[in-house]
Design a protein around this ligand. Structure first.
Ligand SMILES: [Zn+2]
Length: 114
């Protein structure tokens, strides 16, 4: 992969990732607002008052895990993983990989036009 191909893949990865993150945020805040409305309107000592916070405490880590798995799968689809160690090169490592041409985790060359 050349440096320019890597930049193009990172742009495509970022563009689709922004739409996915927006969808997840809208879903999460819709759920949060509906939970707040339900608990505020619930009669005193109604179990819904403590069930929703528990559900939200389960949904939050689950959504973070799903986002992590989706991000990893997307990076494989866009060929943005190191061919030597398999770590994701998108996100924080991307500028390091573009500048150095090497994986920031294992140090192997990932760009052919060094
Ligand atoms: Zn590597």
């Amino acid at each position: 992969m050349t440096r320019e191909e890597l930049r193009k893949r990172l742009q495509d990865y970022s563009r689709t990732g922004n739409w996915i993150a927006t969808g997840v945020l809208v879903f999460f805040f819709a759920l949060l607002i509906s939970a707040g409305l339900l608990t505020s309107r619930a009669p005193k000592n109604d179990p819904i008052g403590f069930i929703w916070p528990v559900i939200m405490l389960v949904i939050m880590p689950a959504s973070f895990f799903v986002m992590y798995r989706v991000g990893k799968r997307r990076s494989r689809q866009h060929s943005l993983t190191c061919p030597h160690c398999g770590r994701v090169l998108a996100g924080t490592p991307a500028p390091i990989v573009i500048a150095s041409g090497r994986c920031c985790y294992c140090g192997h060359a990932v760009i052919s036009d060094l």
